[in-house]
Write a protein of this length. Structure first.
Length: 223
């Protein structure tokens, strides 16, 4: 949870630096604050991150994506936010090397991962069939229900990356309160691995996720 709060804190700083400290006029900040609320990030930590972002002493973070392969041919994409690119690339490269993976060139996994806008909300009292038809003009690509970690139903919406704002506005107009609204990388093809091979791949993923500069890690292992 602490790692998640740290990552959200960085997102808040980047959002404020890009569009100001008011969520009323900064949609990116509004979205991050919404996501922070969904994971119960303390209000004082959110406010502290906003205040820190407005300080002249606070530097900005550069967002960099790294792509490569874990052992056994599993594709791995890493999103980072860093104030020291030399440190970050050295660390990421070392994780791949130490786990018998290989770091590739940017764009080398474009054929595997597609960037999507992903929204989630509680489907209670919502006619999903009717909603699906109403959201087509907002760019709806997929609407389905999955179970969260606590066993509760969660409706999930996928749209194109460029339709994020349009879908967000459509959901607000329908008074649907989203639990999260994010840009994610969705694997378009999956790679089969054995149970033993999964353990090898997870060694790399765990190292990446433990790094303070890493915001998100995606892979294409088949479930």
């Amino acid at each position: 949870m602490a790692v998640q709060f740290t990552r959200l804190g960085k997102e808040i700083v980047m959002a404020v630096k890009a569009g100001g400290a008011s969520p009323d006029t900064n949609s990116r900040l509004k979205t991050v604050m919404q996501n922070a609320k969904a994971v119960n990030m303390p209000k004082d930590r959110v406010e502290a991150a906003i205040k820190r972002a407005t300080s002249k002493d606070e530097g900005n973070y550069e967002e960099i994506v790294y792509e490569g392969y874990a052992p056994h041919g599993v594709a791995v994409l890493v999103e980072t936010a860093t104030d020291n690119t030399n440190r970050t690339v050295a660390n990421v490269r070392s994780y791949f090397t130490k786990t018998n993976g290989s770091l590739g060139k940017t764009g080398s996994l474009d054929f595997i991962f597609s960037r999507k806008s992903v929204f989630t909300f509680e489907p209670k009292d919502v006619d999903l069939d009717e909603l699906e038809l109403e959201l087509i003009d907002a760019g709806l690509e997929d609407l389905f229900v999955e179970t969260d970690e606590e066993g509760n139903d969660l409706a999930v919406i996928h749209t194109a990356y460029e339709d994020f704002g349009k879908m967000q506005k459509a959901l607000e107009e329908k008074s649907i309160e989203t639990k999260s609204a994010k840009l994610e990388r969705i694997a378009q093809s999956h790679h089969d691995v054995t149970e033993e091979q999964v353990a090898d791949v997870m060694k790399l993923i765990d190292k990446l996720e433990d790094d303070d500069d890493v915001q998100a890690v995606y892979h294409n292992m088949a479930e």
